[in-house]
Ligand binder design. Structure first.
Ligand code: 5AD
Ligand code: SF4
Length: 451
């Protein structure tokens, strides 16, 4: 039996792509293995968003070259594939830096993996086309057993690419222009997932709320309309979407958080910075106050919503006063969680050309202050859950026997002790304690009694 090891870096879309590549390779007789040592095919699904992420790939490739040599000495061949956004951005440069790589394949050509692997046998191959053809038409549906093995929560990419061109970001170049999958195709995929027991669906896209897919009625559907339709699929209890741009939060999508029970009270809505000068330089197309007003509207529709964001510190030209504006915005909004990064210049992006780069020590200090504040708010949000009773979707077994782990509607991890419940149950749980990364609680109802 041929074995493939897939290692995904970066965002959730890469995780999804990794699964779809596993589905393609499954048809070719490959089974997945968790370690590279016994794999005939090793596939790195890479991320190019920050320099460090891209750099990691070359470190990993160095190790894999050694592994490939060792296996060869034992008479075993290994095919080394680099996929994902580094592949798209750097193409043939990857094989120049690491000749052990057999195949470099961009995110739009995964459906051609079998054919490209065959060609790679007789020489090294690079394929980073951004073809207009829809790869999703050609990717096989996952086997039911594969879906079951992946659990009760699943990702579905509904949109790819980005037309926003934030000045720091490589995505518009690596993933290309915005593209939305047709509604019928998304629904078919969600139905299949639900048949295999998936209850929690996360709709993915680099700019997911800009979704504009062709509907079965010949019209263009928005994300809100798509979500209302997905909510009709039997078995789908929870729907989320990520990542959204503030400019594309339309009224209907906001109203959905009030109206649709399956729409989870969780929203990842990156703001990146708080200073209007920096937001303009970033080409974000919104001010700090516009973002605040948007948050007010969203909270008016769903007061308990958990908000999450991304922040960049040290964008070129960011002064102390600009950074204080970011802290002020954080203090005003009080996010339930956030990701934060030091600015990393990316080749080909407008910001990389700017002269006023912020010194690394200043970035370190700003990142520390920002993360300290966000962490304080995250802890407050989690502690406010203590005493409340919320529905948990059990996703996996906990670390100890008798322990189960799941998520609240707000995306918080929860551990419960219960011999009576199992994975896939939705259980009303009273939260008793908040740890630093997890909540702890007890089931307040017996299985079978849940609504
Ligand atoms: N430097 C640092 N962070 C970046 N991000 C995107 N590009 C860069 C960059 N050049 C961050 C943004 C984005 C998240 C996915 O990664 O915050 O929302
Ligand atoms: Fe990058 Fe901005 Fe597009 Fe997000 S919205 S993918 S940060 S260009």
């Amino acid at each position: 039996m041929k074995k493939v090891h897939i290692k995904s870096y970066g965002c959730q879309m890469n995780v999804y792509d990794g699964q779809r590549m596993a589905d393609v390779l499954g048809q070719e007789g490959y089974v997945e293995t968790a370690t590279p040592d016994d794999a005939d095919l090793i596939l790195l699904n890479t991320c190019h968003i920050r320099e460090r992420a891209a750099h990691k790939v070359y470190t990993e490739l160095g190790k894999l070259r050694d592994l490939k040599r060792e296996r060869k000495a034992d008479g075993r061949e290994t095919t080394l594939v680099v996929a994902g956004c580094v592949a798209q951005a750097e193409g043939a440069e990857i094989q120049r830096r690491q000749p052990a790589v057999d195949l470099v394949i961009g995110p739009q050509t995964y459906h051609r993996l079998p054919e490209l692997l065959a060609q790679a046998k007789s020489g090294r191959i690079v394929d980073t086309d951004l073809p207009p053809e829809d790869k999703f038409d050609h990717l096989p549906a996952p086997k039911l057993a594969a879906i079951v093995a992946r659990g009760v929560s699943a990702f579905v990419t509904v949109q790819e690419g980005c037309d926003k061109f934030c000045a720091f970001c490589v995505v518009p170049y690596t993933r290309g222009a915005e593209f939305s999958r047709p509604v019928a195709q998304v629904i078919a995929e969600v139905e299949r997932l639900a048949q295999a027991g998936v209850q929690d669906v996360s709709l993915l896209g680099q700019n997911v709320n800009a979704y504009h897919g062709d509907g079965p009625d010949g019209r263009v559907w928005t994300l809100a309309r798509l979500m209302r339709r997905i909510a009709e699929v039997p078995g789908v209890a929870r729907i989320r979407y990520t990542t959204s741009h503030p400019r594309d939060m339309d009224e209907d999508l906001i109203a959905l958080h009030r109206e649709l029970p399956q729409a989870m009270p969780f929203l990842h809505l990156p703001v990146q910075a708080g200073s209007d000068r920096i937001l303009a330089a970033m080409n974000r197309k919104h001010t700090g106050d516009e973002y605040r007003r948007l948050i007010d509207k969203i909270r008016a529709a769903r007061p308990d919503i958990a908000l999450s964001s991304d922040f960049i510190v040290g964008f070129p030209g960011e002064s102390d006063a600009d950074f204080e504006e970011t802290l002020r915005l954080i203090a005003d909004v009080r996010f339930a969680s956030a990701y934060s990064f030091k600015y990393s210049p990316r080749p080909g992006t407008p910001a990389a050309e700017l002269s006023e780069q912020v010194p690394p020590t200043v970035m370190d200090e700003r990142l520390y202050r920002l993360q300290t504040l966000v962490e304080q708010h995250r802890q407050e949000f989690n502690h406010a859950m203590v005493g409340r009773t919320v529905e948990i979707l059990i996703e996996r077994n906990g670390r100890h026997s008798g322990q189960l782990a799941g998520k609240t509607p707000y995306m918080q991890a929860v551990q419960i002790e219960s011999a009576a419940h199992r994975i896939g149950d939705r259980v009303m749980v009273q939260i008793e304690r908040a740890g630093s990364n997890s909540l702890f609680g007890r089931a307040v109802e017996q299985p079978g009694l849940a609504a």
